[in-house]
Design a protein around this ligand. Structure first.
Ligand code: GSH
Length: 324
């Protein structure tokens, strides 16, 4: 969804986001983050200095290191663990768009220091902690992107933001193929992954009994097998040599299946030709610098999903995907 922002200060700061002319891999580049705001209601956005010591801080991005000093960067509101946000994060990196990353924690903190929950904060609490974020994402879900035209605008929901980026930055590397037929093909398989694979990842984690977990696992395997059959046979990417939307769309969940799914539910990929194809796809996607720069620490990611594995989650995803 696209919203006009009523907030003049934010609009003024984002009137001219641009595609970075050159991307450097300056590891000391700064990255705005609100991570510490989660535990300090009075705090203002912090910089890399505090993010570096934050348990949730993620690797420095490539695109944020780009130095087009004449244009205001876009603002990405994301959570380091969020697969939906990771889609947009990867696209921003691939498209070399100049942006600042702002960390949002939409969930309650855990009881132990540094521990996580998947219990959604109320929208009032989110608005109090992260007013600019909720102005950009009225339901308080990450990701959201602010990338202003003259009036200033905010876009949220990963699917919508990805489409927006293609239209807003036509001169940047395209994530969708050139022909309408190919674009329709990609969109079809994105919807397929969204409906036939992704929900079952959450259901596998949240199911209370072995029967429910096995049923969800079988759905995942069946969905992934069908997806693999739709991949370009030569690869390595879904559409062949060209990395794009179908790849960044599914990758965050495939990565979590192999880490989080394996840790909590013993998820393993079968030894089939289809999974050999997906294995090659996964390695190629993971190795891309733009993707690698968005990867979270494996152990921390596993720990972060405990709220799904013990079925205590009250997140939007938990409510949508919890099975019987
Ligand atoms: N359909 C949304 C889903 C986004 C979403 O569920 N994000 C999660 C984090 S992974 C979130 O913000 N949860 C907050 C909540 O459940 O209150 C999209 O594609 O962007």
């Amino acid at each position: 969804m696209l919203r006009r922002l009523a907030r003049p200060a934010l609009a003024a700061a984002t009137t001219a986001c641009a595609v970075a002319v050159s991307v450097t891999s300056d590891k000391t580049a700064t990255r705005t983050t609100l991570a510490s705001a989660a535990s300090d209601k009075n705090s203002t956005p912090t910089t890399l200095a505090s993010a570096a010591s934050d348990k949730n801080s993620t690797p420095t991005t490539l695109a944020s290191a780009a130095s087009d000093k004449n244009s205001a960067p876009a603002t990405l509101y994301a959570s380091w663990f969020c697969p939906y946000a990771q889609r947009v994060w990867i696209a921003l990196e691939e498209k070399e768009i100049h942006y600042n990353y702002v960390e949002i924690n939409p969930y309650e903190d855990g009881l132990l220091p540094g521990s996580f929950t998947k219990k959604a904060l109320s929208i009032e609490t989110k608005r109090r902690r992260y007013p600019e974020f909720v102005a950009a994402s009225p339901r308080g879900l990450v990701p959201a992107l602010v990338c202003g035209d003259e009036a200033g605008s905010a876009v949220c929901d990963s699917a919508v933001v990805l489409e927006f980026l293609e239209e807003q930055f036509p001169q940047s590397p395209a994530m969708l193929p050139g022909s309408p037929t190919e674009r329709a093909h990609v969109r079809y398989w994105c919807v397929f992954a969204q409906e036939k694979i992704i929900p079952f990842y959450y259901r596998m984690l949240m199911s209370r009994d072995e029967k429910g977990r096995e049923a969800a696992k079988n759905q995942i395997i069946a969905g992934l097998t069908t997806f693999a059959q739709a991949c370009d046979p030569a690869g390595p990417y879904f559409m062949g040599e060209q990395f794009g939307t179908a790849d960044l769309w599914l990758f965050p969940w495939y990565d979590r299946l192999l880490t989080v799914g394996a840790a909590y539910r013993g998820f393993e990929v079968p030894k089939t030709a289809e999974f050999a194809r997906l294995d090659a796809w996964y390695s190629a996607v993971r190795a891309r610098p733009a993707v690698a720069s968005t990867l979270a620490d494996r152990e921390k990611l596993i720990e972060n999903y405990s709220g799904y594995s013990d079925n205590s989650a009250t997140s939007d995803a938990a409510v949508r995907f919890r099975g019987s």
